[in-house]
Design a protein around this ligand. Sequence first.
Ligand code: AMP
Ligand code: ZN
Length: 193
Amino acid sequence: MSKRSNENATETESKSKHAKHWSLGLLESMKDPKSIVKQTKNVVVIRDKYPKAKVHYLMIPTDSINSIYKLNSEHVSLLEEFNELFEEIKSEHSNINLIAGFHAVPSMQRMHMHVISNDMISPCLKTKVHWNSFTTKFFIPYKDILSELKESGSVKKISPELHKSLMATPLQCNQCSFKPKNMPQLKEHLLTH
Ligand code: AMP
Ligand code: ZN
């Protein structure tokens, strides 16, 4: 897991003696009926607690698979089920552009696929790291993970150098060629789309 801290944990949460580590939070949300959007035998879809767009869900296997880097050829059918659920979610949001993919360096435990709308309009989207984690190659599309798994039986990690350079990518709108100077300008610009 990445050392990115949980920007959203309150001080009380992180200091509490009995609190579970923040990186385990998805395991709690998977059990919370208020978070669950859809559920099958193998997969749970939850609402992202700090959504970075108007629609932002996380698709998580019920099996304890820590990340995409633990996947092997036997998980191809699981990933295909992810896609069936993604298609179902798309059909329920006909006027919204949804994308599906994984962060190359996840911060939370248990493998999870982001299903997120491309408006990127949300008060929780605050930093350049947030932006670049969904709009650069740090966001690995679902289809790329499936083909890599089918071809080589595993998913390769990115190098720390690539990770660093992706996070440092200059801001660029994900829907046009506009290059904002800073996050406030980007957020204002996103409202025009
Ligand atoms: P990442 O590990 O970088 O792929 O992303 C983890 C995602 O989990 C982020 O989009 C967070 O907003 C979201 N998140 C963090 N804590 C929770 C939680 N307890 N329940 C649901 N979503 C969460
Ligand atoms: Zn734009």
